[in-house]
Design a protein around this ligand. Structure first.
Ligand code: ADP
Ligand code: ZN
Ligand code: ZN
Length: 731
């Protein structure tokens, strides 16, 4: 009997909800999780082997052969394969694209560069026999030999004091050689470099609970007011794990938060830290990924997609700022890195910590349900005291550019006492509206239902929704007058006004416009931390998670921005933002103060926050969600559609609704279709249909039956559509 061919079931990066069968290449041993190079249409692409079978339904004449299996071992271990398989199912995303999202870009290409980070140099037998004075006239070569002599297991390139040409010369002489180190030759280092703080009792208790869970699954919500020493809890919970040779994965919502965290981890531990975020080039990302996969990196720190990093010795997962919306991917494979972190920890049977000063309502609810354990840090660590929140009623206040007289006065006082001031405004650019004072013309985006933001410094109008830009008009295109007014405030305008009020101060503006260049955000944050700039002004980037010891006054310039919004999560976000900004003040020895400017001082959200802090707000908000049957008391999914014609998305969603209705069985509700509040964006019209169910399982059942119908639906061909399960933005 002839040997049956091996059939590989391959996940291919494509928008199709299916896998493809290929004949295994001869003389190769396939394993699930391996990359495989295959012919796909006219291209060669990299897929991932899902399963190996001995039969297929594809007729032999049509069955293609895979080209090659480029790796000796799987790039994704079985645990990650299960995680991705589960996530692709839960978020209803094609498995091929999900797997491809998980891989670093260089591994998605057929030609993968060798692992430079594992390359080592060592002396050959001939090299060891060289007497030092043979090289008296080639000092640099001699230096390399001396350096390598005590290291029979080799040294990495960076450890050698010579340029590449010198190594090549020695290699040609046959005195040194390079080789790829096996991972066992490189035990992770993890000595303690600095002494930890003496923990306060609440911190101590948190660390003890976490440590007691070593080696099995437990989900902790570490709820600690800003500055309560959550990071210190992470550090001390990690210490015994590193000592035991285990790895720790730390997720942060924003790339801007990584330098600070890396700094704190690297001053505490002599461990290899692998950092994974969008600011890396492909090469750096691959190296970090491999360092994590091999177990070489004791600590892995990264943004969202780092949840898919393989680890040889996982011991703990930490999700810092777990409430942050950036942990949810908002396009393509729309996964929640926080929720997947909990899933992965359960599967690995290790603990997971979700940390926040302002936990998401979902996580608070999970605590109430007994699914997560709450660890509470009610007070600031060390000597710092939490600053009081003050409402500044803007009605009738004299002010220019959102800087009220009362705020300016407070700023002067804090600066006089040598404090730093942090001002928050969630709007970059100079002014959100450019308007003709003669005829009322307004500069609008040609591709969106939106106004252009004036960026005066560059003389441009930019659309913050689609990114299009043009030179700002100087005369009105409507009436020809040159009477154009910039209306409203962005950070650029506030910066200019501040320069007028505080000519002797260094003002540091941190927003997307000032931090475009690689490394510029780090530089700016370092300047803020050092206290060189005393007035800090910025958007979200500046507000979240940073530790500026010398800031004593923090102000939210325009709280009204978030008080009225169509999104049911808007108030939760606003409350979190206010508490986070407030948390930047008074973090060290000097007492802090927080000023919230608003035209609506009676707003209940502000009242709850002032009177009872975030917990009081959260309790009231959870009650409202319960009554409205909104998450976490219900499950949601959004079907979004967009097209260049306005009627196509609406037609498709109407069809989609009709297809869903018979599947709802009274357990699932459909809302819409409705057009987006901003219907046209980047030249495409957008609409959505919301699906709501009291039980997650009912929602999942409906989606599983519905999506195959949508794929066959004729009107679907005229639109781009997507499913978002557990959406964080609902409009
Ligand atoms: P969080 O992460 O909760 O915002 P951090 O861990 O950044 O808080 O701690 C805030 C500040 O308090 C840091 O400067 C940190 O070094 C300090 N700190 C933390 N724990 C202690 C402690 N037990 N004793 C003294 N200082 C502490
Ligand atoms: Zn005009
Ligand atoms: Zn636009």
């Amino acid at each position: 009997m002839a040997n049956k061919p091996q059939i590989l079931q391959v996940a291919v990066p494509s928008p199709l909800f299916r896998c493809f069968d290929y004949r295994a290449p001869e003389a190769a041993v396939a394993q699930a999780g391996m990359r495989v190079i295959i012919p796909f249409g006219k291209r060669r692409v990299v897929g991932v082997v899902l399963e190996i079978r001995d039969r297929t339904d594809v007729p032999p004449a049509r069955l293609k052969s895979a080209i090659a299996l480029p790796d000796a071992a799987p790039v994704l271990d079985s645990g990650l394969m299960q995680l991705l398989d589960w996530a692709a199912g839960y978020y209803h995303h094609p498995i091929g694209e999900a797997l491809s999202t998980a891989l670093p870009a260089l591994l998605r290409k057929p030609e993968t560069p060798p692992d430079a980070s594992r390359q080592r140099w060592r002396l050959t037998g001939a090299g060891r026999e060289q007497a030092p004075d043979t090289l008296r006239r080639a000092a640099r070569q001699a230096e390399v030999l001396t350096e390598l002599a005590p290291h029979p297991q080799g040294l990495p390139r960076e450890a050698l004091p010579a340029p590449r040409a010198v190594l090549t010369r020695l290699e040609q002489k046959g005195w040194i050689e390079s080789f790829e180190a096996s991972d066992t030759a490189l035990p992770p280092a993890h000595a303690l470099l600095t002494n930890p703080h003496q923990l306060n009792p609440a911190q101590q208790q948190a660390v003890e609970h976490i440590t007691a869970s070593t080696g099995h699954f437990d989900a902790f919500l570490l709820e600690g007011v800003t500055g309560s020493g959550k990071t210190e809890v992470y550090l001390q919970a990690i210490t015994p794990l590193l000592e035991a040779g285990r790895q720790v994965l730390v997720l942060v919502p924003e790339i801007g938060l990584t330098p600070q965290l890396v700094e704190r981890f690297s001053t505490r531990f002599a461990a290899d830290i692998a950092v994974l975020h969008s600011g890396l080039n492909d090469r750096e990302r691959l190296d970090a990924w491999r360092a994590a996969a091999s177990g070489r990196a004791g600590i892995v720190i990264g943004t969202r997609s780092a949840i898919f990093t393989p680890m040889a010795q996982p011991g703990l997962i930490i999700v810092d700022e777990e409430h942050d919306a950036s942990l949810k991917q908002q396009d393509g494979f729309r996964y929640s890195a926080r929720d997947l972190a909990v899933w992965r920890a359960r599967q690995l049977d290790i603990p997971v910590i979700l940390g926040s000063a302002t936990p998401s309502l979902e996580s608070l609810f999970n605590v109430q349900q007994g699914r997560y354990r709450r660890l509470h840090l009610p007070e600031r660590a060390g000597r710092a005291a939490a600053p009081p929140l003050k409402i500044l009623d803007l009605r009738g206040q004299p002010m220019r550019s959102l800087l009220s007289a009362a705020l300016l006065e407070a700023m002067r006082q804090h600066l006089d006492r040598n404090g730093q001031v942090l001002l928050f405004l969630n709007r970059r650019g100079f002014a959100p509206v450019l308007l003709c004072h003669s005829c009322g013309w307004i500069a609008e985006c040609r591709r969106c239902d939106a106004r252009m933001t004036l960026h005066r410094h560059s003389g441009e109008l930019r659309c913050h929704h689609c990114g299009s830009q043009r030179r700002a008009e100087t005369v009105c295109p409507g009436c020809g007058n040159d009477n154009l007014l910039a209306v409203g405030e962005g950070t650029e305008r506030i910066e200019q006004a501040l320069q007028g009020y505080f000519p002797d101060e260094t003002i540091l503006r941190i927003d997307r416009d000032t931090t475009r260049r690689k490394g510029s955000l780090e530089t700016a944050l370092a300047r803020a931390q050092s206290g060189k700039a005393r007035i800090l002004l910025g958007t979200q980037m500046l507000a979240k998670g940073h530790h500026f010891p010398n800031v004593t006054l923090a102000s939210i310039l325009d709280a009204d921005q978030g008080l009225f919004s169509a999104d049911f999560r808007a108030s939760e976000r606003m409350a979190q933002l206010i508490v986070q900004v407030a948390g930047r003040a008074g973090r060290a020895d000097k007492p802090g103060e927080v000023v919230i400017q608003t035209h609506y001082p009676e707003h209940p959200l502000l009242h709850q926050l002032i009177a009872g802090g975030y917990p009081a707000f959260a309790e009231a908000a959870l009650q409202e969600r319960r009554e409205a049957l909104l998450p976490p008391f219900a499950s949601l999914a959004l079907l979004r559609a967009e097209a260049t014609r306005a009627d196509h998305p609406r037609d498709f969603l109407q069809q989609a609704r009709e297809l869903a209705e018979p599947l709802c069985a009274g357990k699932v509700q459909l809302w819409g279709p409705v057009a987006d509040p901003m219907e046209r964006r980047a030249g495409r019209y957008r609409a959505q249909l919301m699906v709501q169910a009291g039980k997650r399982a009912d929602l999942q059942r409906l989606l599983a039956e519905w999506i195959p119908l949508l794929e066959k639906e004729k009107s679907a061909r005229k639109v781009r559509w997507s499913i978002d399960v557990d959406p964080v933005d609902t409009y």
